[in-house]
Write a protein that binds this ligand. Sequence first.
Ligand code: DOR
Ligand code: ZN
Length: 426
Amino acid sequence: MGLLIKNAVIVNPDKIAAKPQDILCVDGKINKIAAGIAAENHDVVDAKGKKILPGFIDMHVHLRQPGREDKETIETGSRAAAKGGFTSIFCMPNTQPVIDNAMVVEFIIREAKRAGLCNVYPVGAISKGQHDQELTDMAELKEAGCLAISDDGKSVLNSRLFRLAMEYAKMLDLLVIEHCQDPLLSAGGVMNEGEVSTRLGLKGDPAIAETVIVARDIEIARYLDARVHLAHMSLERSVELIRWAKVQGIKVTAEACPHHFALTDEACASFETGTKVNPPLRSKEDIEAIKAGIADGTIDCIVTDHAPHTKEDKELGFDDAPFGLIGLETALGLVIKELVKPGIIDLPKMVDRMSTSPARVTGLKNKGTIKEGFDADLVIIDEHKEWTVTTAGFVSKSKNSPFVGWKLVGEAQLTVCGGNVVFRAA
Ligand code: DOR
Ligand code: ZN
């Protein structure tokens, strides 16, 4: 007995299907796509009037377990993912302890399986303890199940170490994900350096803190003919550098977050710590460049950088509160509101940036497209649904979002992971 989804209009990265079809899922796979599949003894879901997309894949999530289960756990983060339409998430290594050995990787995979709501892929650390001094045992991390490595939360500032990491990762076919922010240049910065930070009297984090690492990493990737993936790009200049590198044939891919195209640094004038994030919110020109980069493919993937923090932590003053905001439950609504409705991208391109490209970049086979034989990871959406973000509506353990009160467009109605319904809208 399987799951039969009736009357769904399939959206893939190349097109929106002309007519509704049925999708039969058996043993975690898409078994058959056709019109009028007989119900037999399958569980039936009617998707009439709705679109069905490959489940979203978020390459950049912070789950906080192990170590800060008061902020998020693998289970609560997976639930937030399912509600947002995500069926696969990559969790960053800045946990306590750091994901720098097989035991932590195996623990996360085990917990994720127990929760059974979402595929969770731990990202191993590049340096032991994320101390930027000694490489982790990448072969061990890969063997334990890592597809990617990163010291996310901070850059690998040590260029020699980064070069070695890129060489080993190339041999092991691991994806290197870099958080681009020179900590010496950004030291003490709590928001974007510019006119707004000057006006507010807050210490600025300059654009060059991001772009010097972007430029360095592109150059190392070129030198080694190795691939690098640049996390949460926030600047016009970063987009220009990546666009140039791609034209040269350098193996660089990149991602951007909804908050970096939905908000400018003017949002920090509220002194609302929900707007304090790394990299910081930038200028109007940067927003336009990020949108253009997403539209033309310079930015391959849209990710959330879901970074849960407790109310107590975020109630500190702007200088002292931690960086980060939650994003899994607002991503789809922000992407449709800010990019799809204004005509910057269409739904197939949204599928590419949120499902197909993340699957390609991370090397996930059989995901990111709705196709017979592929994994039954699917999301039914209502792209016209208007809804208002509320604190009470979040299923994430943390509620730190600058979008509370915003009216968004587009919502996941039903999420299917491995052929199982993992979320159903009320
Ligand atoms: O704002 C952020 N929060 N950026 C990061 O890179 C790390 C993250 C976190 O772990 O809280
Ligand atoms: Zn980061």
